[in-house]
Ligand binder design. Structure first.
Ligand SMILES: [Zn+2]
Length: 403
């Protein structure tokens, strides 16, 4: 394949340095040189373009695509899910997202299919499912007595996700590691898209969370917590969980605890908006879920604004799947609208996300030695307003993706 020069772009390298015009030399999927006037076997002129590291989304669900109606699940053949996921992964990659954390739904086969090049998509860390207490955010039990089909239903690649008590928790984390989970996800509070759980109630007790974190840590895995309730957030931080997902009801004490512990916030600001969009489009959702989403929007944005002001570390994540995939970049504009500078937003979507996922030695910045994941946007402005139409080229491990 030789040496390719991505030439003359306005390079935002993600390290904290100001953007400046440079050439990037790529060989065998790696960045081998950065400078001016570099030579190669092939050169692609990126003058007039902003070039960033490949983008990250630290919270996606490829097994859903913005349609949560039981009818959709009920009428989708089991194996069809995987073909649908492949198309969503490609759609995500085409927006410049070259790496994701899959927050529940995709199993090891989905990850391996991408790794082996059978399907195109972001490289991924998978949580496989989301651990939930009985009656928690991931419990598919319904008051009619039926179990409604959902994206976290168990099958050979996905362990059952409802767990109660420290002993069960220990076994369950081990089952997830056995099944190939790169990260363990737990719901430490109720949520919006589960009709029987309250986003303002904490779920699991300290003894259960302590076992979870100890088992995950022993297996070299980080833990991510779906945490919306104030006490669910605090319990997660106390247990040493690495990232708070959503963080809707943050109070000052929770923010201080995150600062002290170095906990990341993955805000998913677009998620409640996506639920309301779905309701507007006539997707069949229970009224209780629509009401919870509406109640969450303002307080969520206010929590985020205060967290940013206080200096909490933010990593970009959208909860795509709750809304249709491919609109991930809408989150960046919301982050900027709510108080982050465009530079900070881009760092949260590249280097900081790579640090959260523990892959910053190979990804997240444009530096010599790193894997060549690059995005070229039309125009050289370091600005995150309406970015999607600006995506001009996406390069993953040195290979350009056909958009
Ligand atoms: Zn989610």
């Amino acid at each position: 394949m030789g040496r390719t020069i991505w030439a003359n772009g306005m390079v935002f390298d993600g390290t904290g340095a100001d953007a400046s015009v440079a050439d990037i030399a790529v060989e065998e999927g790696r960045i081998v040189d950065i400078g001016v006037g570099l030579d190669g076997d092939e050169s692609v002129d990126l003058s007039g373009h902003l070039v960033t590291p490949g983008l990250f989304d630290c919270h996606v669900h490829f097994m859903v695509d913005g349609d949560f109606s039981p009818t959709t699940y009920g009428e989708t053949p089991f194996s069809m899910r995987f073909y649908l996921a492949a198309e969503r992964m490609r759609r995500t990659l085409a927006t410049g997202i070259t790496t994701v954390r899959e927050a529940g739904g995709s199993d090891l086969g989905v990850k391996e299919a991408q790794e082996k090049g059978l399907i195109e998509g972001p490289r991924m860390q998978i949580s496989i499912t989301m651990l939930s207490q009985t009656g928690g955010h991931g419990d598919g039990w319904h008051v009619c007595g039926a179990h409604m089909p959902m994206e976290l239903d168990p099958y050979p690649g996905v362990p059952d996700n409802v767990v109660d008590g420290p002993d069960e928790m220990r076994r369950k984390v081990r089952e997830l590691v056995r099944a190939g989970a790169d990260v363990i996800k737990v719901a430490t509070s109720g949520g919006v898209l589960s009709s029987r759980s309250d986003p303002q109630h904490a779920h699991f007790k300290a003894d259960e969370l302590d076992v979870l974190v100890a088992e995950a840590t022993g297996a070299g895995r980080f833990v991510m917590a779906h945490a919306q309730a104030t006490n669910g957030i605090k319990n997660a931080i106390r247990a040493g969980i690495r990232s708070i997902e959503h963080g809707i009801y943050l109070d000052d004490e929770a923010i201080q605890m995150m600062l002290d512990a170095g906990t990341y916030l993955v805000p998913t600001l677009v998620a409640p908006l996506g639920v309301l969009d779905a309701a507007d489009q006539g997707i069949d959702l229970p009224q209780v879920i629509i009401d919870k989403a509406r109640a969450a929007v303002d307080v969520h944005q206010e929590s985020f604004r205060r967290a940013v002001e206080a200096g909490v570390t933010i990593a970009m994540g959208t909860d795509s799947g709750v809304m249709p995939h491919g609109n991930n970049l809408r989150e960046l504009q919301l982050m900027a609208d709510l108080g982050m500078s465009p530079t900070a937003v881009l760092e949260s979507t590249t280097r900081i996300a790579s640090e959260l996922m523990g892959v910053d030695s190979t990804l997240g910045t444009i530096e010599v030695g790193k894997i060549a994941d690059l995005v070229a946007f039309t125009g050289t402005d370091v600005d995150v307003t309406d970015l999607k139409p600006r995506v001009a080229r996406v390069v993953q491990a040195g290979q350009e993706i056909a958009l």
